[in-house]
Ligand binder design. Structure first.
Ligand code: ASP
Length: 348
């Protein structure tokens, strides 16, 4: 049993599954090991996304390819949950799978910055104790979601960025790659086109939404009744000046609290940060007693839309309810419950 420190009263939040512990930066309490939820005890739910946007020009083949990948990601998640794996482990595995897929703006296939680099952001949160970790602006970590989890579990911090985050990831024994690993031609061309358009006027959010979206995320309720959320992205095409979006910001891009909800966001991150979208969905449930769907729709179709922002969220709660809320024409998304894939959709 590893010792962890906490002043937080965890009873009631944490289902008592298994015997081992995880390590956090601020607790003295022991959390139950995550990988031993008895199968079928509560029933599980997994929701995933691959970004939100216009997606108007997708060919039939491209749509089919996305549906296939989202289905495969859900299968990985359901197989693991069937075996009793924890929400946290499943979030990590499913996000890793999507990071490795070049279709998405995360890991391999991430968008390029104006300096022709791939700068990756990711975060993860454990709904049992609201422990969280994130990395921003990493250029050599193959799977940023793994680095985020390592920050959460093996450092005293929540967020690491840049070179420091990379050396931490290397010290943790995570896979480190050459920056060229993340390169895809279509993302490189998107960046060149955007820079060309920006020659006349700098408009950070300009351009076809297909060049801005493709972030990936997962929210999971496991058989122990625990929630977890994770999100990973390359950010915005042709971003400058070390720009960081909502994805690594806990409360904006990612949030999980066993009592209220688990959220992963996608869209123009500046708005998600300004509106604390992910945390506020949970807060509306906490303070106003709203349903997951009402709270999600309020934040996306009310708050985000009123501010002029675009994007969406995937949300689940500890009762297995889910909500997909987005104000863009489409959001790559999927849902599975208790071994059954219930939804894989792109458009409204
Ligand atoms: N939210 C991400 C960011 O702003 C981008 C996205 O989800 O498409 O960095």
């Amino acid at each position: 049993m590893k010792k962890i420190t906490s002043a937080i009263i965890l009873s009631g939040l944490i289902a008592g599954c298994g015997s081992d512990t995880i390590k956090t930066q601020t607790n003295t309490k022991s959390l139950p090991e995550t990988a031993s939820c008895p199968t079928g005890k509560y029933g599980y739910t997994i929701a995933i996304h691959g970004g939100a946007g216009v997606m108007a020009n997708l060919t039939e083949d491209q749509q089919a390819a996305h549906r296939e990948t989202l289905t495969a990601a859900l299968r990985i998640g359901t197989e693991q949950l069937d075996k009793g794996m924890s929400a946290l482990d499943v979030v990590e595995q499913v996000v890793m799978f999507l990071e490795d897929d070049p279709k998405y703006n995360a890991g391999k296939g991430a968008v390029f910055s104006a300096a022709a680099e791939n700068e990756l952001d990711a975060s993860i949160m454990d709904g049992r104790d609201r422990n969280a970790g994130s990395v921003a602006g990493v250029k050599t970590v193959r799977n940023p979601i793994r680095a985020a989890r390592a920050v959460m579990e093996n450092s005293r911090h929540v967020m690491l960025q840049g070179d420091g985050a990379e050396s931490f990831a290397a010290d943790q024994g995570l896979a480190i790659v050459e920056p060229a690993y993340f390169h895809t031609d279509h993302r490189y061309i998107q960046m060149q086109q955007k820079l060309e358009r920006q020659k006349s006027e700098y408009r950070p959010f300009d351009g076809p939404a297909s060049t801005r979206f493709g972030t990936v995320g997962a929210v999971v309720l496991d058989n122990c009744g625990n929630l977890a959320a994770g999100t990973s992205t390359g950010g915005l095409t042709a971003k400058k000046w070390g720009r960081v979006g909502d994805t690594p910001i806990i409360g904006a891009g990612t949030y999980a609290d066993n009592r209220y909800c688990a959220i992963s966001s996608t869209g123009t991150g500046e708005y998600f940060i300004r509106a604390s979208i992910a945390r506020d969905v949970c807060a509306r449930r906490q303070y106003l007693g709203e349903s997951l769907k009402d709270a999600s729709d309020h934040m996306i179709h009310g708050v985000l839309t009123d501010m002029g922002g675009d994007g969406g969220i995937i949300a689940i709660d500890a009762d297995g309810n889910h909500a997909f809320s987005f104000n863009t024409p489409g959001m790559y998304r999927g849902l599975a419950r208790n071994g059954r894939i219930e939804e894989v959709e792109i458009y409204e």
